[in-house]
Write a protein that binds this ligand. Structure first.
Ligand SMILES: [Zn+2]
Length: 1026
């Protein structure tokens, strides 16, 4: 036993005296009974009558809740399948199927034993393999609370690199399975994110809206933890929204004492080497010393918590494959520790679950302090900041975000087209494959980028299979709605200018499907080989177009995957929740062709540095460049007459390999530069200009592996910076972390602002934490935060906002500056378990190339939110391009063909986002409406708004409507969460107004979720007149 210094086993009574918590601040006397409705709700909704099914505790003792659990990563060192089956045990011994096989008989044999299970992606698979007799036995265990589901998402999602849309979806998927399989007994009451590397405020807000009564996690900054232990603030109420009316986003939050591991020396899994409890007459008998040690450990732990209940997490990664080892020893522990009560011990040990522990905390009826900020960044020691994974695997992070976009399109068209989407002329369409692949990708070692390379490849493969299945569905739906069975083509490589159809066909159709509830404009950009084209809109009107050469930057990334010479650009728009179909034809006009060809030749062979750029501009913006360096120099907002010097360049931090201060190297999790000043990729950029009526672009070449296009499309209110970075050279033996940095003269007072999972904004202050006095050890890495969709800086008047197209790490390490880490390539492992350096070989095995976009807004502070909210929404729910050669036969004989379609009877107001429209079952759909502004951030946007939901859709008629909680596993009116009392006084719960389908009102940042029973009005009937 390595820790028996904590207690003196010879004098156990010395350490087992338990002092009840002080009642000084305990308002029990004022209000001895919990809220009436609250208690009633608990009793009626708790499975198996909670009060009876939770193990008995002792009011006058310290109750130690042993929580038997296993942590099953949905992919990390091994793929999901390898973990489930126990394959590749040479990498890591782990087999989830055996864990469940082993635990269930233990529970069946002894009614006192408990187990919790968390990751539904695994449980679902195991369940499919069970005979009915086993299923019945498991249902019984669940109904009696002996097997309890906790958290209940498909996975335990990451919180730093995830977007709220996908977080909600993955939780909905897992919780729905539990609800349908186990009914109310399968509805988890506690959220459980024991392993994610830092915790976002939006996650807490969403958990509250999902109906959870409390939340437990394991990882937080080491300084924060020490401070909380001392202040006994390990358990608090997290007020997780600045917009939603308390207590709707209040979440009781507990920090677990030892991450998610058992106390030192008390691990009895087959993977552990701690001594078993020997209580026979043997020289190995260790009962006295173990019991003494345990009592000492419990007493020490109790000092950091406020009630006479504490938890011990008895389990860890992939443990319980041989559950008997754990349970046999815990049985003995319970027996021998509790026997000591006869000798005056006041410690009571019991098998328990997070829900039962939470219930005891609630019954303690204390007031709890409030937390308002979040738990980023996470450091587990000096110099150990887990801020690298905010950017790790940037290509996968983009693919994940793009896949969410396509999943929403797929969901919508499935709901709009009805059964034909699933069984149609193109085969069996299925949204499930992508939904599950996306849910798996949310795991805290998936989108986070902290998995081994072969596992990252597996995640991408799963998403690709999901795209395939959804493309069949989308084709079926589009044929049915448009009336034409076209040969629909999906070009997935448009970002490197590859699309065989548009390159070769003399005429083709471009269908622009818009998943937003408002009309959007979009600049279509397609690879071509011709010189001149004509484009017509759905009404046959000619649309202006331009042809520009494919850049050398793109050719370098594309290599031999295509040979388009040019890109056709035209402005398009699509109606809300619908599509517009454009026709593109190569023009025969020799005159025009030769004229254009000449111009294109000129553009295609720009003489490097022949043009010293001064500026580009459209009707809203002017962007100036330094004529000597070619770097961005100034941005002017012409509408508001704002000019701001803004320089932008690419830099790299030299990744630390460890030094005298700390052996910590930069790796997949950890960001640690070896010095605070990054190095410039280049002091000047070689530039050339492409300029026509539709777009103005400055091409900047910084090096053989770093380039950028600064772009202004006609009519756009932002500057687009499309960067291409990689393969990052490592032949100099240096790991590199590449940033794009903007520097301005704005006085920002050490403050900057980042979004939380794409929703609410949090203020960040350099070298500062809101809840403790920070001792900063890493001036750069310790100031990095997750940027899921936007980061901004501002002074009293002006704001510079940068939108991202994926999650990245970002900061403002000096006043007036903003930086985003776009790519990283590292030569050393950072010693957090993944065991591989983040080398990312890419398709050609010479290093990954990544391309992405930053959208930059310069505006007044008061106007900025209106700009960035709407644009960010259009980024993650971008229009989907579907192509076809045209001329396909009718879907139904005589069916009118529709070149334009909207499934909405009226456009949604800009502040309302149709977050979800998805088939739920054959006769119902899931609908989520979201107010996308925060309280007070926009004069126009932040007002409450009312929508007529009943008459919103034209593709179907809503025949009945039920409002649900955020994950649709509970009716909203039945949602009665435990009312925890904040130290600031109880927040008055607002009664839910009765649902009026004709007038659904949304408050700032509110999401309302509905299940609607529908009747289809026919595949092509009922669409709005346009
Ligand atoms: Zn994990």
């Amino acid at each position: 036993m390595s820790s028996n210094s904590m207690a003196d086993p010879r004098r156990p009574n010395k350490v087992l005296r338990y002092k009840p918590p002080s009642t000084e601040n305990n308002p029990t006397l004022e209000d001895p009974t919990p809220d009436y409705m609250n208690l009633l709700g608990m009793i009626f909704s708790m499975c198996g009558l909670m009060l009876k099914s939770c193990p008995a505790t002792k009011a006058d003792m310290l109750n130690v809740h042993l929580i038997p659990h296993t942590h099953n990563d949905v992919g990390w060192l091994k793929t999901v399948d390898q973990y489930f089956y126990g394959a590749r045990n040479d990498i890591q011994h782990a087999g989830v199927q055996y864990i469940l096989d082993s635990v269930i008989p233990q529970l069946l044999a002894d009614p006192t034993k408990r187990f919790i299970y968390v990751e539904v992606a695994f449980f679902y698979r195991w369940w499919q393999l069970q005979a009915e007799s086993m299923r019945q036995a498991v249902r019984q265990l669940v109904s009696e609370g002996r097997l309890e589901f906790i958290n209940g998402g498909w996975c335990m999602n990451d919180e730093a690199a995830t977007h709220y849309n996908a977080m909600i979806d993955q939780m909905t998927l897992g919780l729905r399975f539990l609800q349908e399989t186990f009914g109310e007994c399968g509805r988890p009451r506690a959220a459980w994110h024991i392993d994610p590397f830092g915790h976002s405020r939006e996650q807490a807000s969403l958990f509250a809206q999902m109906g959870f009564d409390g939340f437990f996690f394991g990882r937080l900054d080491y300084q924060d933890k020490a401070n909380r232990e001392q202040l006994r603030e390990m358990e608090q109420i997290w007020r997780a929204s600045a917009s939603l009316q308390p207590p709707s986003a209040d979440l009781f939050t507990g920090v677990l004492p030892n991450g998610y591991n058992p106390p030192l020396s008390l691990c009895w899994d087959q993977f552990c080497s701690d001594s078993p409890i020997v209580d026979d007459a043997s020289d190995e008998n260790n009962v006295n010393s173990l019991v003494g040690y345990f009592l000492g450990t419990a007493a020490a732990q109790a000092k950091h918590y406020r009630t006479n209940h504490i938890v011990m997490t008895m389990g860890s990664d992939f443990q319980y494959e041989n559950a008997n080892l754990w349970y046999k020893n815990m049985d003995k522990l319970i027996k021998h520790v509790n026997t000591q009560q006869l000798n005056g011990s006041q410690v009571h040990v019991l098998y328990s679950t997070p829900t039962c522990y939470l219930w005891e905390l609630f019954k303690a009826n204390l007031s709890w302090s409030l937390k308002y900020d979040d738990f980023f960044p996470y450091a587990d020691g000096p110099h150990h900041f887990w801020t690298g994974y905010f950017t790790s695997r940037p290509a996968f992070k983009r693919y994940e975000r793009l896949s969410n976009n396509f999943l929403q399109v797929c969901n919508q068209l499935e709901a709009l087209a009805g059964p034909v989407a699933r069984t149609g002329p193109y085969g069996e369409g299925d949204s499930t494959v992508l939904r599950r692949a996306m849910a798996v990708a949310q795991h805290h070692d998936a989108v986070s980028g902290t998995e081994k390379q072969h596992v990252a490849n597996d995640y991408a493969k799963r998403l690709a299979a999901g795209w395939d299945a959804c493309q069949v569905l989308v084709s079926n739906a589009l044929a049915s709605i448009s009336g034409n069975k076209e040969n629909f083509i999906y070009c997935n490589y448009l970002n490197i200018s590859v699309c065989p159809l548009t390159e070769s066909a003399s005429t083709f159709m471009v269908i622009l499907y818009n998943p937003l509830g408002r009309r959007v404009s979009w600049n279509v950009r397609l690879p071509v080989k011709g010189a001149a084209y004509s484009v017509t809109d759905p009404n046959g009107q000619t649309v202006p177009n331009e042809v520009v050469p494919v850049s050398n930057f793109t050719r370098a990334v594309r290599r031999d995957r295509g040979d388009a010479t040019h890109e056709l650009i035209f402005p398009a728009s699509a109606p809300p929740l619908g599509y517009s179909s454009y026709t593109v034809s190569k023009t025969a006009s020799r005159d025009l062709r030769s004229r254009l060809a000449k111009r294109i030749r000129e553009q295609a062979q720009p003489r490097v540095d022949a043009w010293s750029p001064r500026g580009i501009q459209n009707e809203h913006l002017r962007v100036l460049f330094d004529p000597v360096t070619g770097l961005l120099m100034e941005i002017q907002n012409l509408d508001k007459s704002i000019s701001l010097p803004v320089s932008q360049n690419f830099f790299w931090y030299n990744a630390s390999i460890g030094n005298d201060d700390s052996a910590q190297a930069s790796g997949a999790y950890i960001f640690r530069p070896n010095r605070s000043e990054p190095l410039r990729v280049a002091g000047r950029a070689h530039t050339y200009l492409v300029k026509n009526k539709l777009v103005q672009e400055v091409y900047q070449n910084f090096s053989s592996w770093c380039s950028q296009v600064v772009r202004l499309y006609a009519g756009q209110a932002y500057v687009e910076l499309e960067w291409t970075v990689g393969p990052i050279p490592i032949d100099d033996g240096l790991g590199k972390e590449i940033i794009s940095r903007f520097e301005t003269s704005l006085q920002t007072d050490g403050r900057f602002y980042t979004d939380s999972n794409g929703r609410e904004i949090l203020e960040r202050r350099r070298d500062y934490r809101a809840t403790w006095n920070l001792s900063q050890t890493e001036p750069v890495a310790g100031n990095y935060y997750p940027v899921n969709s936007r980061i901004y800086i501002k002074n009293k008047k002006f704001q510079l906002t940068v939108l991202t197209d994926r999650s990245q790490g970002g900061s403002s390490v000096a006043d007036g500056s903003v930086e985003l880490m776009v790519h990283r390539r590292l030569l050393y492992d950072d010693n957090r378990g993944v065991g591989e350096p983040l080398l990312e070989p890419g398709v050609y095995n010479d290093g990954l190339v990544v391309r992405g976009r930053h959208l930059v807004f310069l505006d007044t502070v008061e106007s900025s939110a209106y700009q960035h909210r709407l644009q960010a929404q259009q980024e993650f729910m971008a229009p989907q391009l579907v192509l076809a050669p045209g001329g396909g036969p009718s879907f139904h004989r005589g069916q009118r063909s529709l070149k334009q379609f909207s499934a909405l009877k009226q456009e949604l107001p800009p502040s309302v986002h149709l977050l979800t429209l998805a088939q739920w079952d054959p006769s119902s759909v899931l609908i989520r409406l979201e107010h996308q502004f925060e309280r007070g951030e926009s004069a126009n946007g932040s007002q409450p708004i009312t929508v007529d939901l009943l008459h919103l859709f034209s593709s179907f008629t809503i025949t009945s409507l039920q409002e649900m909680n955020l994950v649709a596993n509970q009716k909203r009116e039945a949602m009665k969460r435990l009312s925890w009392r904040p130290a600031t006084g109880a927040a008055r719960r607002q009664p839910y107004p009765p649902l009026d389908p004709l007038g659904v009102t949304l408050q700032p940042m509110e999401i309302r979720t509905f299940l609607a029973t529908i009747r289809y009005t026919g595949p092509s009937g009922g669409q709005a007149e346009l």
